[in-house]
Design a protein around this ligand. Structure first.
Ligand code: AMP
Length: 290
């Protein structure tokens, strides 16, 4: 059995389960609050707190885990990222009160009080910036700390920036960007999966990667005038060139099929229209193994 540690609640939990479901690994739990569930085949999930997952994976209590890269960095446990899962995108930022004269980290007075739920990353960031600080380690709601007078500065996660603005805070620096990752114990620690479990892990990575690759792509189909095929090749590059299929319409039109990047697809469709394409269809792709 390959044991996968998943966040039991919070922002990353639903996205992790839906990624697995898209890869054909539906979480089959006996109840909503079950601590262990089967994912079918040789895979089993355990549900734990997202910040504990680096520890569980490093200790070998789980073979593999899904958690935020911010939590991995803060934990300092010897684990590595096998896949960037794309969801849970956020930035760890330094912020001050809106009305503060401080514009950059360099403007901060020595020994400013900095509140964060990431004490290790906070200390590391200010050590590298050559700033002495007074660290205020808290367990949540850092955004209120400046208003309560317990800190002048915070290091906190943000994705849209709206929580910062609503709380009257202004970003002055980005420490790093984070996303959810698939993690395993680092090679050489003796905890990385071996033998059969290594094989199951390779299959899990391939299944998840095929879903992630498919998410950014669409399958486009259209009927185009046969004489415009050279233009089609330019507009729809496809994985190894577009597929061209005869249409029973007397030969004046052919059907073309290709995989295209989802970003900017509207431009692709407009370009197809301009060369006289008809019956354009765009569908999502479940999995893509190029
Ligand atoms: P939770 O607090 O359990 O909902 O999960 C927090 C984790 O979700 C963080 O450690 C990040 O990895 C991730 N995350 C993604 N976007 C955000 C955000 N805007 N604020 C806080 N955490 C986020």
């Amino acid at each position: 059995m390959l044991r996968l540690a998943l966040p039991n609640k919070g922002r990353l939990s639903e996205d992790a389960k839906s990624l697995l479901a898209d890869a054909g690994l539906e979480v089959r739990a006996s109840s909503e609050r079950a601590l262990v569930a089967s994912l079918g085949g040789e895979l089993e999930a355990i549900f734990v707190r997202a910040p504990d997952i680096p520890e569980f994976v490093a200790d070998g209590a789980a073979d593999v885990g899904i958690t935020g890269w911010d939590l991995v960095r803060e934990s300092t446990r010897p684990v590595e990222s096998l896949l960037d899962l794309g969801f849970g995108k956020c930035r760890l930022v330094v912020a001050v009160r809106e009305e503060s004269p401080v514009r950059s980290v360099g403007d901060l007075p020595d020994c400013s009080r900095v509140a964060s739920v990431f004490p290790r990353l906070t200390q590391e960031f200010f050590d590298l910036s050559g700033k002495r600080i007074e660290l205020v380690a808290i367990s949540g709601a850092a955004e209120v700390a400046p208003h309560l007078g317990i800190a002048d500065v915070i290091l906190d996660l943000t994705s849209t920036g709206s929580t910062m603005r609503v709380n009257g805070l202004r970003e002055i620096a980005t420490v790093f960007e984070s996303t959810a990752r698939l993690i395993v114990a680092r090679e050489g620690t003796g905890r990385a999966p071996k033998g059969e479990r290594r094989r199951s892990l390779t299959e899990l990575v391939a299944a998840l990667r095929s879903v992630l690759d498919a998410r950014g792509q669409r399958y486009v189909m259209a009927n185009v005038p046969r004489e415009r095929l050279p233009d089609v090749r330019r507009i729809l590059p496809g994985i190894s060139g577009p597929t061209v299929i005869d249409v029973m319409n007397g030969g004046s039109k052919v059907a073309v099929h290709a995989v295209c990047a989802a970003a900017g697809i509207y431009r692709t469709l407009n370009a197809l229209k301009e060369i006289g394409a008809e019956g354009i269809l765009v569908t999502r792709i479940e999995r893509l193994m190029a």
